[in-house]
Write a protein that binds this ligand. Structure first.
Ligand SMILES: [Zn+2]
Length: 68
């Protein structure tokens, strides 16, 4: 069962908006999204779940090292 494809998820880094970090259980890809996520942006798998604390920390560390 699939919903229609929503293409209105534009990527704005708005202050104050709550973003969640998700992880793909298939490929371990970590990414940040607002709202519900149905598919992994990396491998397309539907095995997505909200990341837990150590994974969020890892994600933030990775982002910081990429920005420098
Ligand atoms: Zn994936």
């Amino acid at each position: 069962m699939r919903e229609g494809v929503r293409k209105s998820n534009l990527h704005f880094a708005t202050k104050g908006e709550t973003k969640l970090v998700y992880i793909c259980d298939n490929c371990r890809f970590l990414f940040e999204r607002q709202g519900e996520v149905l598919q992994c942006p990396d491998c397309g798998s539907g095995h997505i779940r909200p990341a837990v604390e150590p994974e969020i920390t890892e994600y933030n560390n990775r982002r910081q090292s990429e920005e420098q």
